[in-house]
Every structure is written in structure tokens, then in C-alpha cells.
Design a protein around this ligand. Structure first.
Ligand SMILES: NC(=O)c1ccc[n+]([C@@H]2O[C@H](COP(=O)([O-])OP(=O)(O)OC[C@H]3O[C@@H](n4cnc5c(N)ncnc54)[C@H](O)[C@@H]3O)[C@@H](O)[C@H]2O)c1
Length: 403
């Protein structure tokens, strides 16, 4: 058995060796321009591009995408941008301080690890990874590096989270045993949620199909899967990875929750019968060690209640609807003189927060630990759905996913 001192030494030596693999951080002055690159500039990437070019003192220098259409789109928006098809050429650019990754889920880990190894600060879209073993690798890499990692969980920069934390800290909510959350959409008859048309220039000549497959079994070019990767498990984590992750991360932050101890998910492909694999109708139950059960319910065939979270405590209830101030109501049973309140704290800009942290070297609003914890919740739920049984954290961690 190792003594404490020797164990500590070995741990530090391991961290030191890993840290040496990264070039030292540049110290940027308040007026120095931050130089940014992007990997994967599709739908979300274009939103993030629009956001980052608005942040003062930032230059968007380069972007990498395997599809020529995306490179041309980026050039039309940012005329001086350098465009490359292979992200490794972007990571070789010494002048870049930070990289934004908005590639499909099954490629996140590669882009995450290689960006850190190239010594760049990272803005990584959610869900952090496609699987739990990948999440373990990304967490370890981020922990052994001094790079700034912001996960694209932008609700962590919301005023609603600040107000919710404050009410909980003040004791206005009391003991919380249950949180319910939901997210619902609808589309016109005959049109599937998430389904995008395949552009006529989406051909093997204009796309690096092998780079998209990223180790998945080789097969002839399939433009539908490239554009609609969300519908298929080998590339996607379904709606838990697309949307539950935002709400679960927000709830876990608000209540300072540890990893879930168990997950159960039911549902199926009930409304979008278009050949997709991932379910459109979902009910997730997550058990947490602090005597809290969190539910998340979702569907694609009725949007009446849209999206929200309700935190139920012995002394009060908090209701949160996307991008709106929270509402608070006291529980008259325990707070007879309490008054209803509405949140006041404004939202902050999540992208600006990342850029600020590149300068200050502080920890951003959505750090890697939260990216990790929310990814674990997503993968536990999906594993339960596939196994059709409740899954514990230990079982989920021992599971080796296949595609
Ligand atoms: N934070 C949010 O609110 C939010 C919203 C939407 C999507 N997202 C996330 O953003 C990510 C991208 O989603 P999307 O809808 O933009 O997908 P998309 O398919 O529209 O865009 C992905 C882009 O990556 C490119 N690409 C594919 N393989 C690549 C590779 N090997 N190297 C470089 N580029 C590659 C594609 O050509 C495409 O342009 C997903 O993880 C998704 O969950 C986040």
C-alpha cells in the first residue's frame, strides 16, 4: 500500500508530466485581441460565429469544416477568415488562443482532446461527449491542463440561475425533494422534428465523409445521415443529449447536486415515424443521493407547455421558463407571511464569459465538471432506455458502449 506522502508525490508527478505536454499559456493584456478559431460551423456553429464576432477585441481568424458549403458560408460572413477542411491544420495555427467546437456529438471527444493538446482554450458545445468513457477522458485531460474550458451550457450564465441559488441559500425554498422539468415541441403534420433537407451540393466531392464517420463502420456516402446525424444513436444521444442536458445541468447547479445515483427512462418513437432511432417521447427519472428525485419529460407532438423547470421545497416553489426571470411562491404551510417574488438578475453573455476567462484565467460559468456531470446524467438515462431497466451510476460507468 502506498503511503500518503508517496501517493501525493506520484499524483503530483503525474499531473506535472501531463501538464508539461501543453505549451505555456500566453498572458493576454486587457487590450490584447483574443484570436479564435472554430471547428464544425453548421447550424449551431453559425449561431456561435455570430456571437463571437460581436465580442469586443476578438478576431475570428479561422474555421475548419469537412463540408465546402460551410466553409463558403463562413467566408461570406467573415471575409478574412482562413478556412480549412482538416481541423488539425487549424490547431497547428500558433496564433490562435481559443477554439470553439460545434461538431456533431460523436466527434466532440476528438476535437476536445486535440484542442487542449494543441494548447488552446476551449469552448465545447454540449453534450460534452457521446459516451461515459469519453467523458472520463475529457475530464482527466481538462484537469491536467491549465486551459480554460467552457461548455456550451449557456443557461449557466442566466440571471435565473443566480436568483434561484440565492433563494435556496436564503432558506426561502426549504428542503427540496423533487424537481420536475419538461421540454416539448411540435411540427406541422408530415414534417419531422429535427429533420433537415439535404442540400444539392452535399456530395462526396464536397464532404470529407471519412472524417465525419470518425471511426464508425465505413460505408458509402450518406448525405441524409451527415445532415441528420441527430436521429441515429451512433452519432447522437437523442433529445437527452440535445435538450435534457441543458435543464439537468441547470438543476444540478442550482441545487449543487452530485452525480445521479440511478436513472430510469421510458418512451419511444411514437410521433416521428420516419426511420429515426432516437425516441421522440421521453420520461426520465433521475435519483440523486441527497434525497432528491428529478424528472424530465419531453415530446415532439405538443408544445403547449414548451419548456420549464419547477423546484419544489418545503418552504417554497421556484418556476423557471427558458430565458425568463424565475417566479417564486412561498409555501404558506411553513411561510405564512412570505411573499411571491420574481427574479431580477439579468442574463450574462456566455461567449463573453469564455473570452473574459481567456484573459483572466478564471473558471468559466459552465466548467468541465458540470459538462461531465450533465453528460453522465444523459448517458445514464439513455442506457436505461436501451436496457429497458433502471441503471445505477456504477452500472453506467462499467458499460462499454458500442456502435
Ligand atoms: N448550446 C445550444 O443551445 C446548442 C444548440 C444546438 C446545437 N448544439 C450542439 O452543437 C453541436 C452541433 O450541432 P448542429 O446542429 O450545429 O450540427 P450541424 O450538423 O448543423 O453542424 C455540424 C457541423 O460540423 C461539421 N463536421 C462534421 N464532421 C466534422 C469533422 N470531423 N471536422 C470538422 N467539422 C465537421 C459539419 O459539416 C457541420 O457543418 C451539437 O453537439 C449540438 O448538440 C448546441
Amino acid at each position: 500500500m502506498l503511503t500518503h506522502t508517496r501517493r501525493t508525490f506520484l499524483k503530483q508527478a503525474a499531473i506535472g508530466a501531463a501538464a508539461l505536454a501543453y505549451p505555456p499559456s500566453k498572458v493576454l493584456g486587457a487590450n490584447d485581441r483574443v484570436r479564435v478559431g472554430m471547428i464544425g460551423v453548421g447550424d449551431r456553429g453559425n449561431d456561435l460565429l455570430d456571437q463571437v464576432v460581436k465580442v469586443p477585441n476578438v478576431d475570428l481568424v479561422a474555421m475548419a469544416d469537412i463540408y465546402s458549403r460551410r466553409r463558403d458560408q463562413a467566408k461570406s460572413k467573415v471575409p478574412n477568415i482562413q478556412t480549412v477542411d482538416d481541423y488539425r491544420r487549424l490547431l497547428d495555427m500558433k496564433e490562435l488562443d481559443g477554439v470553439i467546437v460545434a461538431s456533431p456529438l460523436h466527434i466532440h471527444t476528438r476535437h476536445f482532446l486535440d484542442t487542449l493538446a494543441a494548447g488552446k482554450d476551449l469552448y465545447a458545445e454540449k453534450t460534452m461527449t457521446w459516451s461515459i468513457p469519453e467523458a472520463d477522458k475529457c475530464l482527466a485531460a481538462a484537469k491536467s491542463s491549465d486551459r480554460v474550458v467552457q461548455i456550451g451550457l449557456q443557461h449557466e450564465s442566466s440571471g435565473a440561475l443566480v436568483d434561484t441559488k440565492q433563494l435556496i441559500k436564503d432558506g426561502a425554498v426549504g428542503k427540496v425533494t423533487h424537481v420536475e422539468s419538461w421540454m416539448s415541441r411540435n411540427t406541422p403534420h408530415g414534417k419531422g422534428q429535427w429533420v433537415r433537407p439535404v442540400p444539392s451540393d452535399c456530395t462526396p466531392q464536397n464532404v470529407d465523409w471519412g472524417a465525419f464517420l470518425n471511426g464508425r463502420p465505413d460505408r458509402p456516402f450518406d448525405g441524409f445521415k451527415l445532415i441528420n446525424w441527430r436521429l441515429f444513436w451512433e452519432f447522437s444521444g437523442g433529445n437527452c443529449a440535445e435538450n435534457m442536458v441543458h435543464q439537468i445541468a441547470w438543476i444540478m447547479s442550482a441545487l449543487d447536486l452530485p452525480l445521479p445515483s440511478g436513472a430510469y427512462m421510458s418512451g419511444g418513437v411514437f410521433s416521428e415515424k420516419d426511420g429515426r432511432e432516437v425516441p421522440d417521447t421521453i420520461a426520465v427519472t433521475l435519483d440523486y443521493p441527497k434525497d432528491i428525485v428529478v424528472t424530465w419529460q419531453s415530446m415532439f407532438s405538443n408544445r403547449h407547455y414548451e419548456l420549464g423547470d419547477r423546484i419544489f421545497g418545503s418552504d417554497g416553489t421556484i418556476e423557471h421558463h427558458l430565458e425568463q426571470p424565475i417566479q417564486y411562491w412561498p409555501e404558506k404551510t411553513n411561510r405564512s407571511t412570505g411573499e411571491a417574488l420574481q427574479g431580477k438578475t439579468p442574463n450574462q453573455n456566455h461567449m463573453q464569459n469564455w473570452v473574459d476567462c481567456i484573459r483572466t484565467r478564471r473558471t468559466p460559468k459552465a466548467p468541465v465538471d458540470l459538462g461531465y456531470a450533465s453528460a453522465i446524467a444523459v448517458h445514464m438515462a439513455n442506457l436505461s432506455y436501451k436496457k429497458k431497466q433502471r441503471v445505477t451510476l456504477e452500472e453506467a460507468k462499467a458499460y462499454v458502449p458500442e456502435y
